[in-house]
Design a binder for this molecule. Structure first.
Ligand code: GDP
Length: 369
């Protein structure tokens, strides 16, 4: 599954948030597959009400959601890219994730020491992002050196090598200006050519503004949160507000008391679902469903995938032997209540190999074995 890495300065609430995400995943394990692989890695289901609607209609024995893997990457501090302490090890963990959740402290609490003496989201974000920028610059320099010396044996073709050089030139310039690699427009070929470097600032970022318990009901009024919102909108990043503290308290309560407690704080639901959902959306992921008596399942695809490619997510044989896909839009399926009824009503389409799968499509693949 896809990996999201939780990063941030010490004492901003990373572990508290990670534990809440993991406990929440365990609590929902009846509906959502869950496992902890290592102490700092947990897989959680992506909440999606459509899954249960379909599952009820089909009287499925089980409902299986899409999933995301969360990794708690502690220890990113100023100087990490210079190899101070265990810095480089943490950066290499970030290299492996598909997206970054940067927890930003927006809560005041005299009892919780702030590494820089005061709550200052802009400064915190700058510190972290600068480490990522430094690490990328370092890597690009090394790579350019190899390319210049003709030592880059791994590059497939001259053509691709030229694309890589051109992309790296522009990315390097952006980094020197303190801008992330993802702000540089690249052609598909260039993207492909630099992918092997796994540049840290190429990865999508969500800022997770961690607010105090007293702020959850009106987080946008918190001036620290406003500042993070401005920074996010100016840097192609997402923002989600949560209170790690509240989430960790909610998890401790018996399920029937949770809603009551959240209401007492002025909110209707836990912020974790939002966080998981936002992570999924930010990665440009789409969901399609299969549904039947045995199971209803949400499958994750990338925007723009065709029907055979989507079928290949289930099994490579489905892609190879693809004939066609019986397809119903989610709303149409719900209105008709079954594939058979959808067919009668003319809502079912028989789609071929060029069909681009749409968000929420309910699909039944026909294929040769
Ligand atoms: P990490 O170093 O980023 O992993 O931070 P921790 O999750 O260990 O949290 C550091 C301290 O801040 C702990 O004592 C937490 O209880 C506290 N903390 C975390 N989130 C909140 C919050 O939303 N409000 C308050 N008041 N304290 C928090």
């Amino acid at each position: 599954s896809l990996k999201a890495g939780i990063v941030g300065l010490p004492n901003v609430g990373k572990s508290t948030l990670f534990n809440a995400v993991v406990e929440n995943g365990k609590a929902q394990a009846a509906n959502y597959p869950f496992c902890t692989i290592e102490p700092n890695v947990g897989i959680v289901g992506v909440p999606d009400p459509r899954l249960h609607v379909l599952s009820d209609l089909s009287k499925s024995q089980r409902a299986v959601p899409a999933s995301i893997e969360f990794v708690d990457i502690a220890g990113l501090v100023k100087g990490a890219s210079q190899g101070e302490g265990l810095g480089n090890k943490f950066l290499s963990h970030i290299r492996e994730v598909d997206s970054i959740l940067q927890v930003v402290r927006c809560f005041e609490d005299k009892d919780v020491v702030h590494v820089n003496g005061k709550v200052d989201p802009k400064s915190d974000i700058d510190v972290i992002n600068l480490e990522l920028v430094f690490s990328d610059m370092d890597q690009i320099e090394k790579r350019m050196e190899r390319l210049k010396k003709g030592k880059a044996k791994d590059s497939q073709s001259k053509f691709k090598e030229e694309a890589e050089k051109s992309a790296l030139d522009r990315i390097q310039q952006a980094l020197l200006d303190g801008k992330p690699a993802r702000s540089v427009p690249l052609t598909d070929l260039e993207k492909d050519a630099v992918r092997h470097l796994c540049l840290l600032t190429m990865k999508p970022i969500i800022y997770v503004a961690n607010v105090a318990e007293s702020d959850v009901s009106a987080a946008e009024d918190n001036p620290h949160v406003k500042e993070v919102m401005n920074l996010a909108s100016g840097s192609q990043s997402g923002i989600v507000t949560v209170s790690a503290q509240v989430e960790s308290e909610v998890i401790e309560l018996p399920p029937e008391e949770r809603t009551e407690y959240l209401k007492s704080l002025g909110v209707n639901e836990s912020g974790l679902g939002n966080l998981i959902r936002a992570t999924y959306d930010l990665l440009g992921l789409r969901t399609y469903f299969t549904t039947g008596e045995k199971e209803t399942k949400a499958w994750t695809i990338l925007t723009g995938m065709t029907a055979p490619q989507a079928a290949g997510v289930i099994h490579s044989d489905f892609e190879k032997g693809f004939i066609r896909a019986e397809t119903v839009a989610y709303d149409d399926f719900v209105a008709a209540r079954s594939f058979a009824a959808a067919r009668e009503k003319g809502l079912l389409r028989s789609e071929g190999k060029d069909y681009v799968v749409q968000e929420g499509d309910v699909m039944l693949f026909r294929f040769n074995v």
